[in-house]
Design a binder for this molecule. Structure first.
Ligand SMILES: [Zn+2]
Length: 235
């Protein structure tokens, strides 16, 4: 299967990356799509130019993706100012088609960051359109709507996961991969006094405890037309 993370920012894959590693181990192909350029993620250097910041975020995400033999498509909308638009919908539909997605992970529809919320709503709409012929793009429509799962939001939101994946074997590798986002390791140390290791270990251990393993990721299925499957999807 083709497994695709569609997130607002480079590093938002942190809530599904262990599951994606497990997917890769069973032979799936992986892809990442980000909607923004991540250029406003530099808490540690707020005056950095958009061009330089974008280049750094691209390079970090490229490194992570290539280590996972994954494709990376960056739609490069302006970070923190993501707006739904006809043009962006077409670009996202094309990106989804280009990955030939069977399974998609994206943001929950309530989250602390508006780019995350906008991405979640755009993905819900564009997954359906990616499988229909009425909005033509360079790639042909998908044969069916992909299965889709929503990752836990950051912050005190109600989120009742129904699907858990044991990622105990992949937790250490997941953290090492995320540390490819060196600029974000620095930004988060400054902003929230924690790096990727803590930002993964704490919740992954909490969800693992709920599922009876050391580390887990958890999801809510995207309840939309065609996104719930009558067969098993997660590893
Ligand atoms: Zn984000």
């Amino acid at each position: 299967m083709n497994v695709v993370s569609i997130m607002a920012h480079q590093d938002d894959e942190m809530r599904c990356l262990g599951t994606m590693l497990k997917c890769r181990a069973r032979g799936d192909r992986l892809a990442f799509i980000t909607l923004t350029d991540g250029s406003l993620g530099f808490v540690q250097e707020p005056t950095i130019s958009r061009a330089k910041a974008t280049e750094i975020r691209q390079r970090e995400m490229d490194a992570l993706a290539s280590e996972m033999d994954a494709t990376y498509l960056n739609l490069r909308e302006l970070d923190e100012f993501l707006y739904d638009s006809p043009e962006l919908r077409r670009r996202l539909i094309e990106a989804i088609r280009a990955t030939r997605a069977d399974v998609v992970f994206t943001h929950y529809h309530e989250d602390y960051n508006q780019d995350h919320v906008t991405t979640s709503l755009l993905v819900r709409h564009c997954l359906m359109q990616a499988a229909l012929p009425v909005i033509p793009t360079a790639s042909k429509p998908l044969p069916r709507v992909p299965a889709a799962f929503l990752v836990p939001p950051h912050g005190a939101f109600e989120f009742a996961p129904s699907h858990f994946v044991d990622i105990t074997e992949y937790e250490a590798h997941k953290v090492r991969l995320l540390q490819r986002h060196q600029s974000q390791e620095e930004a988060m140390q400054q902003a929230v006094n924690a790096g990727f290791e803590q930002l993964c270990h704490r919740p992954d251990a909490y969800w693992g405890e709920q599922a009876g393993c050391a580390f887990a990721e958890c999801f809510v299925p995207l309840r939309s037309r065609g996104t719930i499957k009558p067969y098993s999807v997660l590893p």
